[in-house]
Design a protein around this ligand. Sequence first.
Ligand code: PLP
Length: 375
Amino acid sequence: MERIPIAGPSITQLEIDYAADAAAHGWYDRAGEYPRRFEQAFASYIGVKHAVSLPSCTSGLHLAFAALGIGPGDEVIVPDITWIASSAPISYVGATPVFADVDEETWCLDVESVRACLTENTRALLAVDLYGGMSDYEGLRAIADEHGLAIVEDAAEAIGSEYRGCKTGTLGDVAAFSFHGSKTFSTGEGGMLVTDDDALHSRVMQLRDHGREPGDVNFCNTEVAYKYKMPPVVAAVGLGQVERAEELVARKREVFGWYREALEGVEGVALNHEPSNTKNTYWMVTVILSSSLEWPKEKLMAALDLEGIDSRPFFHPLSSLPAYDGQVEALVAKKRNQTSYRLSPWGINLPSALCITHDQVKRVGATLARIIHSS
Ligand SMILES: Cc1ncc(COP(=O)(O)O)c(C=O)c1O
């Protein structure tokens, strides 16, 4: 039986040719050429002034918090449902992650819960655009303006998504994207920080290059900082991906449409939501099952595995992870974040690779329906 993988990119001759060219010529005075071209093309696609290519989205979030001057004693509000890469960089700068609940439908930050998490130490809101869905940026911006907070967008999973016609990456003060091998644009590993803020951009450029000013050739470091850069061969693959942006995003939406069709009428299954003011790019097609079906995510994943179908668990609440065991914020979140704790046990991500076929989606849909309604 042919196994259906959970994720994977779409790589064409374009990316292969760019990567080969970078491997052959992306050295000496041409070393910066592909990173620069990728950054320019990406900034133009998103519609921002500055784009900085990086080794990962995690490093982008780290730089964002560091450049905003967030540090010990500060708090950053983060959704309880996300990958730990969203919250870990808050700890890297010595600040405290505060876990807010998520919205029942978008699975992104719940605005009322964010209000309940505010303290005099809150410095920023980290909005995570989960699985390609979008946060309620109007609600978050109102809170940020009222309390003088920055909004950092974790757009790792949402390249091409839109909120009220604005692309993800343009809604916060600064945003970070991921090009991990599973993502909609993939370079294997990689990331991009984007911002319209000139001062923040200059600070990021200094922090990402061991604390020396951009253009410094005298090795004169003015502070101890980080080394976060994207290699030319990786940037060459990224350039090919961004040049195919419309095709890749359209493909993600097509795959979701196939799943919607395949699961139509199947009782007790809720798919990713797309509010009318949002364009969801469905990085991961996700189902949340009704608890009355009594198919918790681990059991369902094991059953699909036996059928040759890979899946992933809906993120566990961060506050439930051993990594945050015993921390006050986690203990408080466990009681407060009822939606996160209600949804998480019943959700899985379905195979969402860019190369998945319509027939494979039909097979996943039929298998899932048969499994959950078999007993
Ligand atoms: C929501 C979210 N944030 C951040 C990241 C981190 O991305 P990277 O692996 O490029 O550091 C990921 C990657 O999986 C993610 O899903």
